[in-house]
Ligand binder design. Structure first.
Ligand code: LMR
Length: 343
């Protein structure tokens, strides 16, 4: 090309490039301004009381987000099933009606079978073992097990080990036979109660107190903080300290919502959530014992401890449930959980 013509063409393309840069730049700026002007609303819905590990973690998350991002992001926390119960919350999340939830790990079976691992009775030795498993490679991989369904796991919050409560004293499996127990929406939990000839009934958490009060059910399984904060102990004369299973949570969000967030908001949100989860887990460690003691001190319910021999009867009756669900969960996942029992 002639030198003059080349110079003219290259000036034209430089001007064009500059114009494109200008337009793109101003589009970005206006997107950023729009973001700055329109706060992002994040609804965090859960079903427990505010004075529980999950309730406190949710409030800490709200506080941290406000501290760090001011009015740019508005976190609204809805406790006590005020916005959605766990039966609806994940569908609502996929529709964009709620952005964060932390259902118990027993509530995901419609979305993935692998999380059923957490419901297997007498699997984890204690909460330290649960922690090792959740933080290890298999537990971390399980956080991604909902991705095909459009959900993302952001972390685990502890509550604690479950105990049986009832209208009659329960010491051995035969004492539970024929009794109706409210359970969460989990087939593993149903199988666990059927293994001792009890009758499991899947019911929402928000209905448990009334079901107990009206004696529509005989008992439940719950960790101390739920029994205390929802006053179940006031309508259950006996609690058997079985430590037979786990009630923990997965904090989830919709992948669509998460990916659409501005990068800096997503980064801050993840950081705030990690800190809120760590705080919730510390609360879980401390509050379990406190709430247990408050229940004992109330004098309205009797806490029954079981000895090694009685415990062995429960283990023997419930352990076959593992085999029943091994294929859905994966033998390798079960093995990883068992390995976590060894520090
Ligand atoms: C239940 O339904 O019993 C639990 O999932 C409630 C909770 O969130 O602890």
């Amino acid at each position: 090309m002639h030198l003059k013509a080349f110079a003219k063409k290259s000036t034209r393309s430089t001007t064009l490039a500059a114009a494109i840069t200008l337009v793109a730049g101003s589009l970005l700026t206006s997107a950023a301004n729009l973001w700055a002007a329109t706060p992002i609303t994040v609804k965090f819905a859960h079903v427990v009381a505010e004075n529980t590990p999950k309730g406190k973690a949710a409030l800490r998350f709200q506080e941290l987000m406000h501290e760090r991002l001011g009015d740019k992001v508005k976190v609204e926390v809805y406790p006590n099933s005020q916005l959605f119960g766990d039966d609806k919350v994940l569908e609502a999340m996929l529709l964009g009606d709620v952005q964060i939830a932390a259902p118990s790990l027993s509530k995901f079976q419609k979305y993935t079978k692998q999380l059923q691992i957490f419901d297997l009775p007498f699997l984890f030795k204690d909460m330290a073992a649960v922690d090792r498993f959740q933080q290890g490679p298999v537990g971390q991989k399980l956080l991604t097990s909902l991705e095909r369904k459009g959900l993302m796991g952001l972390g685990y919050i502890h509550n604690g080990m479950k105990h049986l409560s009832a209208y009659d004293p329960i010491r051995v499996p035969a004492d539970a036979a024929g009794k109706k127990f409210r359970i969460q929406t989990s087939d593993v939990l149903a199988a666990q109660f059927e293994a001792v000839d009890a009758v499991p009934l899947k019911k929402p958490f928000s209905e448990v107190f009334t079901l107990l009060q009206t004696r529509a059910i005989d008992g439940t399984e719950n960790p101390w903080t739920n029994i205390y904060s929802k006053k179940f102990f006031e309508v259950q004369p006996y609690i058997t300290e079985t430590n037979h299973g786990l009630l923990d949570y997965m904090v989830v969000t919709s992948a669509r919502f998460w990916k659409k967030l501005p990068d800096e908001v997503r980064t801050e949100m993840k950081k705030a959530m990690d800190e809120a989860i760590a705080y919730g887990n510390q609360v879980a460690r401390e509050q379990e014992e406190k709430d247990r003691q408050l229940i004992i001190d109330s004098g309205v319910t009797q806490v029954i401890s079981i000895g090694e021999q009685e415990r062995a009867l429960w283990v023997e009756a419930m352990r076959p449930v593992w085999k029943e669900f091994e294929k859905e969960i994966g033998a390798d996942v079960i093995q990883a959980a068992l390995d976590a029992n060894q520090p």
